[in-house]
Design a protein around this ligand. Sequence first.
Ligand code: S3P
Length: 163
Amino acid sequence: MQSLYLIGFMGSGKTTVAVELAEALQIQVLDTDQLIEEESGKTIPQIFSKEGEASFRELEMLVLKKTPVTDTVIATGGGIIERGENRDWLKKNGLVIFLETSWDEIQKRLIDDVARPLWNNQSTDKKALLDRRVSKYKEVSDIIVQTDGKNPTTIVKEILSQM
Ligand code: S3P
């Protein structure tokens, strides 16, 4: 089967849902952020602080294009859709699932988060970033699932029923 790419904003549950979805389908699971950390030998916050966001986006694109396009569930970083090149690649190669989460819910889920450089950057307007990205997530998605107030098991069931 074609690989399944989970997209959505930070805190939408991509990583957790990916694991459960892969288990349900009995296929492997990957995470682009984890692949970036493994390949670079650095953590995401280290890449952002030492090399900057542009360098992170370059690594992210290289990693995305190396992901297997069959039999894999792939959780992506929230900004994967920032590059038109990535959006084109996703549309062409994957079945893309957008986990749609409201601003209120994202704020609740990430209240104690310290691991996400963009979320923790005081000069980033996170609400504006979400608003700007939503149309890009929608542009590439084959399936959209609303996640507010739902647990991962329910979300996985909804994905499977739409496939
Ligand atoms: C980012 C989201 C993060 C990670 C990086 C940048 C973004 O992934 O890729 O910190 O631009 O939204 P998650 O969506 O898994 O938090």
